[in-house]
Design a binder for this molecule. Structure first.
Ligand SMILES: [Zn+2]
Length: 105
């Protein structure tokens, strides 16, 4: 996905509004922040302090990662039929073990 100038500007504005240099505490301005990598929803930004030149990588997401999870359909168990019961009866008639052995089958 192509990075637009608007998206980059939004992240740079956010970083400059809420973050400051870890070394000297100087707040960033948008011009101090560049996008160095974008992988799907994950952005890696590089902020450079305008006073001490300390560089800091910042990871940001353009939406909550859980929104990208695939929605799973619920598993609907099959109905137990007479044929199922008959099959289990036949199987258990010759089964030699406990419930752990049964579940390990
Ligand atoms: Zn600094």
């Amino acid at each position: 996905m192509a990075v637009t100038g608007d998206e980059t500007a939004e992240f740079a504005a956010y970083v400059s509004r809420y973050m400051a240099c870890e070394q000297c505490g100087t707040p960033y301005v948008p011009e101090n922040v560049v996008v160095v990598l974008r992988e799907d929803i994950r952005w890696t930004l590089l902020a450079t302090c305008p006073v001490c030149d300390h560089e800091r990588h910042i990871v940001a997401y353009d939406c909550p990662p859980y929104l990208k999870l695939r929605v799973m359909e619920p598993v609907i168990p099959a109905r137990v039929t007479q044929a199922t019961v008959d099959g289990w009866r036949k199987y258990l008639a010759t089964f030699d073990g406990d419930v752990y052995d049964l579940l390990a089958e």
